[in-house]
Design a protein around this ligand. Structure first.
Ligand SMILES: Nc1ncnc2c1ncn2[C@@H]1O[C@H](COP(=O)(O)OP(=O)(O)OP(=O)(O)O)[C@@H](O)[C@H]1O
Ligand SMILES: [Mg+2]
Length: 638
């Protein structure tokens, strides 16, 4: 949370960057005609605004003061006609700006989305998810806003001021000169104010997101907080945060309140000059008419608005440009893993898999695997076990080519896998992850992701093989049941079953499973086991195993620790060795079977002394617990 807030707020010092602005404007290129249409209507509206004030001056001086009724009617008619024109123009530009904004937002999001799908996992490794989400949501909003409404406001304001000056010049060029001195002062003052206001509001937002984070932590961690007796400390931290927010909000309100009176004060300087000029020259030849004076005062008073608008847009522009920079940095990010220009496809990935002196590091200087060698024969089932952080997931990530070895090579069926296309590899690998991911949609759709052209019958057959059919048919809508966003409506075990069904449907050449450590009920567990057995029969499999049953079914067990293969062999071989596996086994799996076996030590000894056991022979032992004879699992003890 806090990480992404920092990213969110890094925008502060980013200065104007001409190149980014040009690139932002180029987003409008596909819509040149619309942009021209909306800019010209904006100019029309803004010019008419200035003209109306001029018209009223004419009305007073030429018609009312002289009592020329016919002329008055004529002016009123012109006024009415132009009002209609203006109304239509307003409709057009608001409509066009709205559509343009949507198009730009859509274009940007589509571009980002496409690019995000291409980027390698290493990018996601570096960038927090929150950061990426803000790029796609708030940054695209800000940029779309800038290139439509921002552009509109600036055009309107600029044109409004220019046309006002033009009409003022018609009335009195001397006074116009005075105004031309004052207007830039107002612009500078207004910009300074807007900057300050925006900085304070940004501060408010920043503290606010911290507060949201604090709420989030408190609510989700409420039990822990209570258990650790941290209420007092948390309350104090929270108090500090809200205090900060209050102070920033207070300053923002202070500047906002001060802004208008200050600008009005400055513009009243102009008004005083106008009135004084009109009074002084009342006998002179260049005397200001009543209508002229009225028009001038209106122009000056009214000019505050375009000036304020411009100041606001310029102040906000900095932020929008920073948003643009971040969006472009994402769009420009190059995927680390790209297919070689002459990469080729292969029909299948069956065959031996060889890790040949593989070296790998996520971060420079922190090697996870060095000189890693492994030869897996077609059809083998490899169980990876070992302490947390040992490198098990890293090995399968490399195999899937989510990451590539930083040294050495991985050879599949004789092909260095970097010579193949990513598609060739990833489409032939079936994966069930520790926390399986489902997409919103129905169960049927989710299974069908395994192979998009599968028929309904094939989907159901796969579910049956994976052991998922039973629970699906018990659901109210069966295969048409919605799984919710990310599958929230299903349990972890059910999600794993669906992922398995997906993999069964895909009939992958290589099957990878990161077993869930989360407790799954025994029935689901045996279903999952059944589904896996099916897959393991037809594929070369790598299973990061936490369950004894899986490990025992493997052709080979690798004990991975510190990125090395510490031990390798079958269950029995490794037990006999009495090393890492033996220790791991006694510590990790004892609980799975404890209670089923009384004399653990004796049983272990008995099995450990068995010579040359057949690999596929189940190690089931009979044990006596509480006087009942039951089917138990082997358990070892020190
Ligand atoms: N995305 C990553 N970026 C940087 N380092 C990582 C990343 N993933 C794993 N590591 C590091 O690589 C090492 C091996 O991690 P890995 O996830 O392969 O272990 P594991 O054996 O799968 O552990 P577990 O049983 O907990 O899943 C660890 O030291 C870990 O800190
Ligand atoms: Mg792991």
């Amino acid at each position: 949370m806090s990480e992404h807030i920092e990213f969110e707020e890094e925008e502060f010092d980013s200065s104007f960057n001409g190149q980014t602005i040009r690139r932002l404007l180029s987003l409008l290129k596909p819509y040149t005609v619309w942009v021209l249409g909306f800019l010209s209507t904006v100019m029309l509206v803004s010019g008419l605004d200035s003209y109306f004030t001029y018209l009223s001056a004419l009305m007073v001086d030429d018609a009312i003061a002289t009592g020329n009724f016919a002329h008055l009617i004529e002016i009123v008619e012109r006024y009415a006609a132009l009002i209609v024109v203006q109304a239509v123009a307003v409709f057009i530009f608001i409509y066009l700006a709205g559509i343009l904004g949507e198009r730009i937002r859509y274009d940007l999001r589509k571009k980002l989305f496409n690019h995000l799908q291409e980027l390698s996992l290493t990018y996601y490794n570096r960038m927090p998810v929150g950061w990426i989400i803000s790029r796609v949501t708030s940054d695209t909003d800000r940029v779309a806003e800038l290139v439509t409404w921002g552009l509109l406001d600036v055009t309107w304001s600029t044109f409004n001021i220019l046309t006002a000056l033009f009409f003022m010049w018609q009335i009195s060029w001397q006074l116009t000169l005075i105004v031309m001195v004052i207007v830039p002062i107002i612009i500078v003052v207004a910009t300074l104010f807007q900057r300050k206001i925006i900085v304070q509001y940004r501060e408010v937002r920043k503290v606010n997101s911290k507060i949201t984070g604090a709420y989030n932590e408190t609510i989700t961690g409420v039990r822990v907080i209570k258990a650790l007796d941290r209420e007092e400390a948390n309350l104090k931290e929270f108090g500090n945060l809200t205090g900060e927010m209050y102070r920033a909000g207070y300053r923002a309100a202070w500047y906002s309140a001060l802004f208008l009176p200050t600008v009005q004060l400055i513009s009243s300087l102009a008004i005083v000059s106008i009135v004084a000029y009109a009074g002084v020259t009342v006998d002179g030849s260049s005397a200001l008419s009543v209508g002229g004076m009225y028009a001038f005062i209106s122009y000056v008073l009214f000019m505050i608005w375009p000036v304020q608008e411009m100041a606001r847009v310029f102040a906000e522009m900095q932020q929008a440009v920073a948003s643009g920079e971040r969006i472009f940095s994402l769009i420009d990010a190059v995927p680390d893993i790209v297919d070689k220009p002459n990469a080729y496809d292969v029909e299948h990935l069956r065959g031996d898999i060889v890790f040949d002196n593989v070296h790998f590091q996520y971060e420079e200087g922190k090697p996870i695997l060095s000189d890693f060698n492994l030869h897996v024969r077609q059809g083998e089932t490899i169980a990876l076990v070992g302490p947390t952080g040992g490198g098990k997931s890293t090995i399968v990530n490399l195999l899937c080519r989510f990451f590539e070895p930083t040294g050495g090579r991985i050879v599949i069926n004789g092909h260095d896998y970097t010579d193949l296309t990513q598609h060739a590899i990833q489409s032939r690998i079936g994966m069930v992850l520790q926390t399986p991911h489902l997409f919103s949609g129905t169960i049927r759709e989710n299974i069908r992701y395994g192979r998009l052209d599968a028929s309904d019958e094939e989907v159901e057959a796969a579910a049956e093989l994976a052991g998922a059919h039973a629970f699906i048919t018990k659901l109210e809508k069966g295969y048409e049941e919605q799984v919710g966003e990310g599958g929230v409506l299903l349990s972890t075990g059910q999600k794993q079953l669906l992922s398995l069904a997906r993999a069964v449907l895909a009939q992958p050449d290589i099957f990878i499973m990161d077993e869930a450590t989360a407790s799954v009920d025994t029935l689901t567990e045996s279903l999952i086991q059944h589904g896996m057995d099916n897959l393991m029969k037809q594929s070369t499999s790598f299973v990061i195993a936490h369950r004894l049953s899986t490990i025992r079914n493997a052709t080979r067990i690798l004990v991975i620790e510190d990125g090395r293969i510490k031990e390798m062999g079958t269950h029995r071989e490794l037990l006999k060795l009495g090393g890492h596996y033996h220790r791991l086994y006694t510590q990790q799996f004892r609980k799975e079977v404890v209670g089923q076996v009384d004399d653990i030590a004796a049983l272990f000894e008995e099995v450990a002394t068995v010579e040359e056991p057949a690999a596929d022979e189940p190690i089931a032992v009979r044990s006596i617990t509480n006087g009942k004879v039951q089917q138990g699992e082997l358990v070892a003890a020190d």
